[in-house]
Design a protein around this ligand. Structure first.
Ligand code: CTP
Ligand code: MG
Length: 228
């Protein structure tokens, strides 16, 4: 059984604003996407790494560095994250076994560490379903009404924030995404819709997703502090 990584990197970063898609923004001296890429490229347990960029992406080649023969790029991004992932899965059919593990990881999460990656693989490699990194919710949750006043405080108990990688077997993941259409915002949701219950494996704050401009400064600070 092998582990393969698929990195959807075809988003436009609309919440980040600016002209450069966020995966190419510099973070501590290198493009955001290179952080996770170099981690996977150097992980001996990972067999191959597939990056799915937008068909009209002119930036990948400008920023390309040699991550070794394990890393393959596919210019097949779709209209949604789920479509991008599905296109990538279809592109590697025949190169992977039906029951090989696929780890889907956001290009916009530069803080994944080898410790978290090993924790995910160790926790799930014998699992029947698969799962994802996630962290228990820390803040109290408020549901807002139309006037942005609190309609309700939602119980926080048992709530987790989903991170990536999300790890499922190739055939199950492809089937789940084919049936779900472009709707799900993560792979687990598509797998859940088939009636399965993915396992939650503890992630860490440093694996945050860069979504808004202030997240860049936060990630830079966390990664620099951890490197000391
Ligand atoms: N993604 C993708 N294809 C899409 C949309 C998103 O490959 N059609 C990727 C992004 O590049 C990112 C990951 O999915 O690595 C997580 O998505 P998100 O954080 O939402 O990124 P964007 O869609 O680029 O940002 P926004 O939603 O603010 O536009
Ligand atoms: Mg998005």
């Amino acid at each position: 059984l092998k582990f393969h990584v698929l990195i959807p990197a075809a988003g436009s970063g609309s919440r980040m604003g600016g002209t450069l898609p966020k995966q190419y923004l510099p973070l501590n001296g290198k493009p955001l996407i290179h952080h996770a890429l170099s981690l996977f490229a150097s992980a001996s347990r990972i067999t191959s790494v597939h990056v799915v960029i937008a068909p009209d992406d002119a930036l990948w080649s400008q920023h390309e560095v040699d991550h070794g023969s394990k890393v393959v790029v596919h210019a097949l991004g779709g209209a949604t994250r789920a479509a991008t992932v599905l296109n990538g899965l279809e592109a590697i059919a025949g190169q992977v076994a039906e029951d090989d593990w696929i780890l889907v990881h956001d290009a916009a999460r530069p803080g994944l560490s080898m410790v978290m990656l090993d924790r995910l693989l160790d926790s799930l490699q014998e699992d029947a379903v698969g799962g994802l990194l996630a962290i228990p919710l820390a803040d109290t949750l408020k549901r807002a009404d139309a006037g942005q006043r609190v309609a309700k405080t939602e119980p926080r108990d048992g709530l987790w924030q989903a991170q990536t990688p999300q790890m499922f077997r190739y055939a199950l993941l492809k089937q789940a995404l084919q049936q779900a259409g472009g709707v799900p915002t993560d792979e687990a949701q598509a797998v859940e819709a088939l009636g399965f219950s993915p396992k939650l494996v503890p992630g860490e704050l440093r694996n945050l997703k860069i979504t808004y401009p202030q997240d860049l400064q936060l990630a830079e600070a966390i990664l620099l502090a951890d490197a000391r």
